[in-house]
Design a protein around this ligand. Sequence first.
Ligand SMILES: [Zn+2]
Ligand SMILES: [Zn+2]
Length: 281
Amino acid sequence: MEPSPFRGVVACLATMHGKQWALRPLLRRRLGMSVRVASVDTDALGTFTGEVHRVGSARETVVRKARLGMAATGSPVGLASEGAFGPHPAAPWTPADLEYVALVDDRSGLTVVESALSVETNHSHLVTDGRDRAAVLVFLRRVGFPHHAVVVRPAAGPGRPVKGLRRLADVLAAVRRAAVDSDDGTAVLGADLRAHVNPTRMRVIAAAGRRLARRLAAPCPACAAPGFGPVGAEPGLPCRDCGTPTPRDASLISGCGRCPYRSSRPVAGAADPGSCPACNP
Ligand SMILES: [Zn+2]
Ligand SMILES: [Zn+2]
């Protein structure tokens, strides 16, 4: 294995939410890179609780966030992470957590983004007026409270969310208050998705970080720049029953973040007839 081009490099990590706990040990171990926290207001780029709406995709935001830390610290190497919660792309009824991690290196003009998708998420909420105590307790158990914090806000109207709640008495009081403040008399109780109070999410961020580290350890076969890895896929995997090309990936394309070199690797096997346009139109 070649020596890591990031050995001894200090990267700034833009975070207010303790993401260094997930990323620092693995980047040091796998790349020899040190991580210094840049305490910039990352909430300015969007919050899960809706006070600030994110502009652009999570993939764009993670690069912008890394640049925010670089601008604040003057460091030429920046790191950031950004999550997106929503339906799983292949199973829309299953909630999923998609975490992006980016490295921006202005010394070499390199930007590498990696991601990890997990169905391990407590992303959910309950609308309640607080009177059904049992329903509140069932919800709290389901989201892993109190190891995972929760957020409470009025269901309707301008009231602000109360975040980071980890004591039952505080949750019940916040629900009552939010229900009274709400135009419709109910509160929304939800999982707090910020990384430092959500260990489930922190694990997915670490998984994305491991993929980033692996990729940064892979040099481009053409120009030797670090960060060679997946950039896309080509559909057309043949149907197992009739051989018709399906929308499933037939080959995986790897690319370089600096030069135009691309290579493709065929996907083994055949597609399920369920995804075949001839067998299952
Ligand atoms: Zn290259
Ligand atoms: Zn078919």
